[in-house]
Write a protein that binds this ligand. Structure first.
Ligand SMILES: Nc1ncnc2c1ncn2[C@@H]1O[C@H](COP(=O)(O)OP(=O)(O)O)[C@@H](O)[C@H]1O
Ligand SMILES: [Mg+2]
Length: 406
């Protein structure tokens, strides 16, 4: 059994990671009770020495139990996050500078890191243990906030996400083409997929799926109508192993939904966007994140036609960004991108079908990492799920059938 990770940070912890003196500091929970789904996030407000500078930070700490009550591969998770903040973020800023990207176009979507450690006293050197931590800018303090995870994003927000996601993922294709040595030695190793423990014996996923389709969701029109297809798709997806395919293969985020994107505003206009939570990255298809996002994180007002336009927008931004770095966009045709979408969509269907239950769970009764038994019940019990959830499931199934993904 792993040791219990710390749930708070001391002055020594902060000084070690910030590499300066700390005059005073306070810590508090960064997320509201029950809204931490996979990690422990603390808000740290500190006054630093010698110049009495005040900083507001977000600290990401390890949890050694996930929602299912299992031990997540937290060493790999923390390593991936640290690499993103300490190696990949600087690399994508540097390559933009080298190519003369003007300031107003600079893609700067990763929060700034103020310090990190793999373990107490470990700096950035492996191995990672339960005392690993990352200190990054607290985006909330500069006005960034999440969209509503139950409602999902309207078209304006979704377009903004798609534009930034496309350029962000194109950035790693640029590194692959322009800096192959760096890509091989530094990018690819951070994207290796950790080995997951197999599900514990006795967990009957077929039984759960059967209950979900015949009881909990049977009243949703598209589920009632297409139960056999959904069942087959969900079962097949368990065997699906994402494979990188060239030329599109790039950094796949793999948890790309509402709560991992923050927006800032000038008045009502969106002024900035940041992406967070890189603990599950892999080397995969950009289409996986796009499809997952479109069905998990857009509001019901965003239609199927809008999703087609957003897919085209993604492709235009992706290839447009490649062109800025003098990369030949011809191998990245729209037809080839639609084949990527087709290859990834069935597994994304299964993932979103499953995850919408968590994403849409009532804020009065959110999934609680300290209560895996309640989480297990949530998988088939409809308590805490409103009409929006059932409508989103209906929309997902209808479009998946219409697009022949399932
Ligand atoms: N740098 C940050 N600034 C502000 N809020 C943050 C920051 N990082 C994380 N959060 C908040 O904490 C939540 C959980 O963080 P995240 O890194 O996504 O961890 P998890 O693995 O639990 O999903 C986010 O949804 C967001 O609300
Ligand atoms: Mg998250």
């Amino acid at each position: 059994m792993p040791a219990e990770p710390p749930t708070d940070l001391t002055k020594e912890d902060l000084e070690e990671m910030l590499q300066c003196g700390v005059e005073s500091f306070t810590t508090s929970p960064l997320t509201t009770a029950g809204e931490n789904f996979g990690s422990l996030l603390l808000r740290v407000d500190a006054t630093l020495l010698p110049d009495h500078r005040q900083v507001s930070l977000a600290a990401k700490l390890v949890v050694t139990k996930n929602l299912m009550g299992r031990v997540p591969p937290f060493r790999d998770f923390m390593r991936k996050e640290m690499d993103m903040y300490t190696r990949l973020r600087p690399a994508i800023l540097a390559v933009q500078e080298e190519h003369g990207i003007p300031r107003d176009l600079l893609l700067d979507v990763i929060p700034r890191c103020h310090g990190a450690r793999t373990r107490r006293g470990g700096g950035l050197e492996p191995p990672v243990d339960e005392t690993a931590a990352i200190l990054m800018e607290n985006l909330g303090a500069s006005g960034y906030r999440l969209a509503d995870r139950i409602e999902g994003m309207d078209l304006e927000h979704a377009e903004c996400v798609v534009r930034h996601l496309a350029r962000f993922q194109a950035m790693f294709v640029v590194l692959k083409l322009k800096k192959p040595h760096f890509f091989k030695s530094t990018v690819l190793p951070t994207l290796a997929v950790p080995k997951h423990d197999p599900p514990p014996p006795g967990e009957d996923r077929d039984e759960k799926l059967h209950t979900l389709l015949t009881t909990s969701l049977a009243h949703v029109p598209a589920v009632g109508q297409h139960r056999a297809r959904i069942h087959a798709a969900m079962t097949a997806a368990r065997q699906f192993r994402a494979r990188p395919r060239e030329p599109f293969a790039t950094l796949a985020h793999n948890d790309f939904w509402t709560n991992n994107v923050l927006f800032s505003y000038e008045g009502k206009r969106i002024a900035g966007l940041k992406l967070i939570d890189f603990q599950m990255t892999s080397y995969g298809s950009p289409a996986a994140d796009l499809v997952g996002f479109l069905y998990s994180s857009t509001s019901l007002a965003v239609t199927g036609e809008d999703r087609d336009r957003l897919t085209r927008l993604y492709h235009e931004e992706f290839t447009g960004w490649l062109r800025r770095f003098d990369c030949d966009p011809r191998p990245f045709s729209y037809a080839a991108f639609l084949r990527e979408v087709g290859a990834e969509a069935p597994a994304q269907f299964a993932r979103v079908f499953h995850m919408l239950r968590i994403f849409c769970m009532s804020k009065d009764n959110p999934p609680d990492i300290n209560n895996p038994a309640a989480f297990q019940r949530m998988q088939t019990d409809n308590t805490g799920l409103g009409e929006t959830y059932f409508s989103k499931i209906d929309r997902l199934v209808r479009e998946a059938v219409q697009r022949k993904w399932i």
